[in-house]
Write a protein that binds this ligand. Structure first.
Ligand code: GLU
Length: 388
């Protein structure tokens, strides 16, 4: 899954947008871009490939600004290319970055085309930029109301960060189904990102936005509206995470680092959690002993290499515990109805805890009569862990 970083601050935010994107590289992506507002104009830089490509562009065509949005893209609609890279723009007035999938984009695209909006990408995201522009231009709405009116029309999952030349000192964020956190910059500025790692260089104080929230970021203040448009006080959390957790530690790439770290990672995970040769059940939570003894079947949902790990776990659980176990790809599971035997434990596996299909599968699991939900994940503060 890809990432978002956005900022409005007193000093030049371009370096922090780029370093934020680098901190999100571990999530996987195929292109990157930034958009800033300066002198009343929207300026964008986009590149296929690594954030370092974007950095080279930034060195040859330097951008400096106090407000901007940035993105790493994992293509779902339209090939990885510069023209499909985010941020997308409408009439050089509104610019948007988006994580997730807009399921009803075809219908919205036809509607917008019919009233004269021209599309310059193949993405589902571009409809969001045009809809917000339309709400400002035609309906005369301010940026917050334009974003609210737009998200009301979207089906699917999104985290968004939006800029408009009509309100050049404000970033508006919105989320439903994809993660987004607000970083509070102690008077220096305010920030938005897909996860806290992107902002550890700026702040340790965060607000985790909830489903349907809209965040309004000005340089000196942050307001959060819930889905109904009411101002709400979301709790401010201080993180203990350190940025070192996501660097490559001298290895050429993350996969190589992770392969070499396996013995240490397993040892670290088990440390303090084994007693007389057995894993302490309590580490899974206060009710774990009772829950696990009531477990009659296990369904494990994951993507990619986590799904491969789940396939191994299935062999172990059936052969060692004698409990029926299914392992399934999240992108299939999330779209189908299942029949469960009583006492089925729902397990998700994800390295980042932000894997879009796995999160959707977790939400889809509600109402299917599971005994309980267990997440196996590297990131304790991730969406998957928090929602499980
Ligand atoms: N669906 C959007 C696209 O393909 C966003 C993908 C993402 O989350 O990066 O451009």
């Amino acid at each position: 899954m890809c990432g978002i970083v956005a900022a409005t601050a007193q000093s030049d935010i371009v370096p922090l947008l780029i370093s934020g994107l680098k901190a999100l590289e571990y999530r996987g992506y195929d292109s990157a871009g930034i958009a800033v507002l300066g002198d009343g104009q929207l300026k964008r830089l986009r590149a296929q490939g690594k954030v370092s490509q974007l950095e080279l562009l930034q060195q040859s065509t330097p951008l400096h600004a106090q407000i901007g949005i940035a993105h790493t893209r994992w293509a779902t609609h339209g090939i990885p290319s510069e023209r499909n890279a985010h941020p997308h723009a409408s009439k050089e007035r509104v610019s948007v970055v988006h994580n997730g999938i807009i399921e009803n984009h075809t219908q919205l695209r036809e509607e917008l085309r019919a009233v004269g909006y021209e599309f310059s990408s193949d993405t589902d995201t571009e409809v969001v930029a045009h809809l917000i522009e339309q709400q400002q231009q035609v309906a005369g709405l301010n940026l917050v109301d334009a974003v609210r009116a737009t998200v009301a029309r979207l089906e699917g999952a999104f985290a968004l960060a939006v800029l408009s030349t009509r309100e050049p000192e404000r970033v508006v964020g919105a989320r439903r189904g994809s993660p987004l956190v607000v970083g509070l910059g102690e008077g220096e500025g305010n920030y938005l990102a897909s996860d806290v790692y992107a902002l550890l260089g700026q702040t340790r104080r965060f607000i985790y936005l909830e489903e349907g929230d809209v965040a309004i970021l000005d340089r000196d203040r942050v307001q959060v509206l819930n889905e109904a448009g009411e101002a709400v006080d979301r709790p401010v959390k201080t993180t203990t995470l350190h940025s070192g957790t996501v660097d490559k530690g001298g290895y050429r790439h993350f996969m190589l680092k992770e392969i070499h770290e396996q013995t240490q990672a397993v040892a670290d995970t088990l440390e303090g959690r084994i007693h007389r040769g057995a894993v302490l059940t309590e580490i899974f939570g206060v009710d774990a002993r009772e829950l696990l003894s009531n477990t009659k079947a296990v369904r494990i949902i994951a993507c990619g290499s986590s799904h491969h790990a789940a396939l191994v776990a299935r062999y172990w659980i059936e052969s060692l515990a004698g409990i029926q176990c299914f392992a399934e790809i999240a992108s299939e599971y999330r779209y189908r109805d299942v029949a469960n035997v009583d006492g089925t434990l729902f397990v998700t596996v994800s390295q980042s805890g932000e894997t879009s299909d796995t999160l959707a599968a977790l939400r889809h699991s509600r109402g299917s009569g599971y005994l309980s939900r267990l997440a196996i994940c590297n990131v304790p503060e991730s969406s998957l862990v928090r929602e499980s």
